[in-house]
Design a protein around this ligand. Structure first.
Ligand code: HEC
Ligand code: HEC
Length: 471
């Protein structure tokens, strides 16, 4: 009797401890999406709720909240960046868009770039002056795919009713971008300046592609249901054509990128997820890892799992509900991948067959930039020619420079290893890093100057940018 009494007491004590700790780890309700994870006292779940409110109710609430959501995010952007238009009219992307010029990051407390370059990571963290914190989604607790306004002008079905794209157009790739094929380099830009869609691809590519590639391209241009664009009440489109879903090339426009972003599917809870900017598919043929952190091993795997997983935030339950499209591996995934694998980088007329500068064509600044890249700045230890990737992942340990905290509904904290993106054609795909937090190549150089503790001079920074522009 005595023993069972003691067991009872212990049991009650354990129960009490468990419930207290449950309360302690329960989510901050303000960071929760009202739609995806209804506020409750339950422990935060890896799964999304399948219960939905009526579409009209959600739409009305979202529309009423939109101005507030956008204003809060715009304040965060304005605090961090100078978003005014500065471009270099002499350096253009393939189809003529001038590239943006920075650095755009705003420095805090009157500190200068030179002073920052001389500070240790600890000092930068303690003074709270790191200019390149992770970039949150426009509405981080809700997330999902967001398309640039320029693109929505061409494809109205991509408009969401709850939010708009955030970055000004000068920091985005040209729209539509050019398309180059490894198999038909002789043709130059095969898009002929057009936005390739399911309505014109056949005309443009019949006779240039083989029938397998042609069918692969058709699938890459076909809409399939996705988290925000689907037919259920839990959607963010009010257009009938938006309810059909999105196409791969809505984000990877013409096989490149429009700069559309969403949130990575592989992390929980929601506030720890990353904003991810659409990567270009140019040059996937020479790469070995796919996804900034998922590191899937083949283009086929990534092609298959974009729709099954990323389209639905890595949640197969919700995917089933909203209409996942399972691709058949042999005749669909492979056809799509075979097409993706012939998407080439844009021409780089100043590079030789080793992917290095042809010094007879280079300016002095570009040549000095190359020497720095392979020498003092040591960029080449990760970005190895000819395509300027080592096909590895590296942990840049950016968290050395700031204290973990919530900002814009996102937990700013350690982000772990990320894949080394190739740098060929890099001037055509701003903004930079997995989340697009670096708006220009000048910001890239300032970022690595801190991350690698290089203490570069003003001229050295300019030379590195000059070299990046010719890759
Ligand atoms: C939001 C728009 C969006 C749509 C739609 C989309 N993608 Fe992506 N794609 C991305 C983003 C963002 C990444 C980077 C993912 C990451 O970093 O984890 C990516 C990465 C990839 C990669 C790996 C590239 C690399 O260099 O690591 C491939 C391959 C790819 N997508 C193919 C596809 C295919 C095939 C489809 C259609 C089934 C598709 N994508 C639809 C945004 C999109
Ligand atoms: C230790 C390895 C390493 C070194 C050294 C390094 N990088 Fe990187 N680089 C990376 C990784 C990893 C990423 C992706 C990081 C991310 O997205 O968070 C990256 C991203 C970039 C990007 C953006 C690519 C894109 O598509 O968004 C540019 C540009 C770049 N690096 C240039 C440089 C330059 C210039 C230097 C030298 C000053 C340099 N890197 C040094 C590993 C490295």
């Amino acid at each position: 009797m005595k023993t069972s009494r003691r067991i009872q007491v212990v049991f009650v004590a354990v129960l009490a401890t468990i419930s207290v700790s449950l309360i302690l780890v329960s989510p901050h309700s303000d960071a929760q999406s009202t739609q995806k994870q209804p506020q409750s006292s339950q422990q935060q779940s890896s799964y999304m709720s399948v219960n939905e409110e009526p579409f009209d109710v959600v739409r009305a609430r979202d529309k009423a909240n939109k101005a507030g959501v956008m204003a809060a995010h715009q304040r965060l952007l304005e605090e961090r960046y100078n978003l005014s238009r500065r471009v270099d009219e002499n350096v253009r992307m393939t189809r003529g868009k001038p590239i943006p010029v920075g650095p755009t990051a705003r420095l805090k407390n009157g500190v200068t770039w030179e002073q920052l370059g001389r500070m240790s990571p600890d000092e930068i963290r303690d003074k709270g002056v790191f200019p390149y914190l992770p970039l949150p989604h426009v509405n981080h607790p809700v997330g999902g795919m967001v398309f640039p306004q320029t693109e929505i002008k061409a494809l109205a079905r991509l408009q969401r009713f709850d939010l708009d794209f955030d970055l000004p157009d000068q920091f985005l790739p040209e729209f539509p971008p050019a398309m180059f094929l490894t198999t038909r380099k002789d043709l130059g830009d095969v898009s002929k300046g057009q936005l390739i869609t399911v309505n014109n691809y056949y005309e443009l590519f019949n006779g240039i592609l083989n029938p397998k590639q042609l069918e692969g391209l058709r699938l890459l241009l076909t809409q399939f249901p996705q988290q925000q664009f689907n037919a259920t009440a839990d959607r963010k489109t009010e257009r009938a054509d938006g309810m059909l879903g999105v196409a791969c090339f809505d984000c990877h426009v013409n096989g490149h990128t429009s700069g559309a972003f969403h949130e990575v599917g592989d992390i929980r809870p929601q506030e720890n997820r990353r904003r991810i900017e659409t990567t270009s598919l140019r040059g996937v043929n020479i790469q070995r890892l796919f996804g900034s952190q998922r590191a899937l091993k083949t283009v086929e795997d990534f092609t298959e799992f974009e729709q099954r997983a990323a389209y639905f935030d890595g949640d197969p339950v919700i995917a089933t509900k909203k209409g996942v499209n399972i691709l058949e591996r042999g005749s669909q995934v492979h056809f799509m991948s075979e097409f993706e694998d012939i998407l080439d980088f844009p021409p780089a007329p100043k590079l030789n067959i080793y992917g290095k500068l042809d010094r007879t064509k280079a300016t002095e600044s570009e040549a000095r930039g190359e020497d720095l890249f392979f020498g003092k700045a040591n960029c080449s230890s990760c970005h190895t020619p000819p395509f300027y990737t080592d096909n590895q992942m590296h942990d840049l340990e950016v968290e050395r420079f700031f204290k973990p905290r919530m900002e814009g509904g996102m937990m700013m904290t350690a982000q772990g290893p990320i894949k080394t993106f190739p740098l060929r054609g890099i001037k055509e795909s701003p903004p930079y890093l997995h989340d697009g937090r670096l708006l220009t190549l000048e910001d890239v150089v300032e970022f690595f100057n801190l991350v690698q503790q290089l203490n570069l001079s003003q001229q050295e920074k300019g030379d590195l940018v000059a070299f990046l522009r010719v890759l």
